[in-house]
Design a protein around this ligand. Structure first.
Ligand SMILES: [Fe+2]
Length: 324
């Protein structure tokens, strides 16, 4: 068996073996030199063993630190609704104890929903994004900026191409708008939207000398939001992420009787490939006054819109709470 350097005392044994096999008298000085040589070898070996052990300990500690830094899947009860359209009438919603409220737009026009939102939310963290109706009679994007300023430092989080982490869940929010390409070429979809949607009659663009909002503006805003969302997924664990938009991310959110209408391209974009690529835990939207709850890959897509008081969504659930 070979004498391995890691074993303590091996070099001493080897020295004794050499002494015995020499057979001839060995001078004390030669003995001492040989002994010193092997003693030095043994010391170096012990030093190497200690360093190696220290490295192993450090590696173990680093691994433990990495484990501690991983995001833990902390469950959260989320109340979800949208499209209360309080500009047409007030709605009373029951009080429910939850960890987070998500309001996916069209709560009221301009800043008019803010006092109700504050009173409804109390101390519960609340995500609020602008729908298209928040901009009605005003300018875009200035209303978003005003809402952000008015809620700064509070538990109401107005998100536009921004994210926040609450209870270890990463939440990205944006109005999103649409790319007009749901039913065919975006150019024809854009033309239909410009002709039929009130968005392009009732909203002005504060970044373009207050001219009327144009479909090209909202298509551009959609593209910018998609870029922000892509960047969001580059830095956040998608399985611990929630996306909140006003416009829908899939044609699956359309009511079956309107699925083929050209104007649907102003309500939803086909983002299924994007969702499959990233697979956030939950995607909440509004805008379409039709309830949705379906899966795309591992992503649950939920919409719980109330709609106008004169045309209430029969499937609106004022008590809807989802646990992630
Ligand atoms: Fe809407």
């Amino acid at each position: 068996m070979r004498c391995r350097p890691a074993r303590s005392g091996c070099y001493t044994n080897l020295l004794l073996h050499l002494c015995k096999t020499e057979g001839a008298p060995i001078t004390a000085a030669r003995n001492s030199l040989v002994y010193l040589f092997f003693f030095l070898l043994q010391s170096i070996n012990q030093l190497y063993s200690k360093t190696s052990s220290r490295k192993q300990n450090l590696s173990h500690q680093t691994h433990k630190l990495r484990l501690n830094n991983q995001t833990h899947n902390r469950s959260m009860r989320i109340r979800i609704f949208s499209d209360l359209h309080r500009e047409f009438g007030e709605t009373q919603l029951p009080k429910i104890d939850v960890d987070l409220n998500i309001m996916a737009g069209d709560i009221a026009t301009k800043q008019n929903g803010l006092s109700w939102i504050k009173s409804f939310a109390g101390s519960t963290p609340t995500i609020y994004i602008c729908g298209n109706h928040e901009f009605y009679g005003d300018n875009l994007p200035s209303i978003t900026d005003k809402l952000m300023q008015a809620t700064s430092g509070s538990n109401i989080h107005v998100l536009e191409n921004k994210a926040i982490t609450i209870n270890e869940w990463h939440i990205f929010g944006a109005t999103l708008w649409s790319d007009f390409a749901l039913q065919g070429p975006w150019e024809s979809g854009s033309y239909a939207a410009g002709a039929q949607m009130n968005d392009y009659k009732r909203i002005r663009n504060s970044k373009a000398k207050y001219r009327r909002l144009a479909p090209r503006d909202t298509r551009h805003m959609h593209q910018v939001s998609m870029q922000h969302m892509e960047a969001f997924f580059q830095t956040n664990d998608a399985s611990q992420s929630i996306i909140v938009t006003h416009h829908a991310p899939s044609r699956k959110s359309l009511p079956p009787d309107r699925a083929d209408e050209e104007i649907s391209c102003a309500y939803a974009s086909d983002l299924e490939e994007f969702i499959i690529k990233h697979q956030p835990k939950l995607w909440v939207h509004g805008h379409i006054h039709h309830s949705s709850d379906y899966m795309i890959g591992n992503t649950r897509v939920v919409a719980n819109p109330q709609s106008y008081p004169s045309d209430l969504n029969p499937n609106f659930n004022p008590n809807l709470v989802i646990e992630v």
